[in-house]
Design a protein around this ligand. Structure first.
Ligand code: SF4
Length: 60
């Protein structure tokens, strides 16, 4: 199972990952994007490729 982490020191809360993830791994809670369903990750790396701040680490 892949692990998905957001580096909070780098994240600018663009929310691109939440918009693009085909597996609904992310959700917006209180205006901030969070990893909520990492077990659904298929390691497609779309979130990594579309994060403007390089904040997401997917370990497949
Ligand atoms: S690698 Fe793909 S499936 Fe996994 S969290 Fe990122 S966008 Fe979603």
């Amino acid at each position: 199972m892949a692990t998905v982490e957001i580096d909070r020191d780098v994240c600018e809360n663009s929310q691109n990952c939440e918009a693009i993830c085909p597996a609904d791994v992310f959700a917006i809670r209180d205006g901030v994007v969070e990893v909520v369903r990492p077990s659904e990750c298929t390691a497609c790396f779309l979130c990594v490729e579309n994060c403007p701040s390089g904040a997401i680490d997917v370990d497949a």
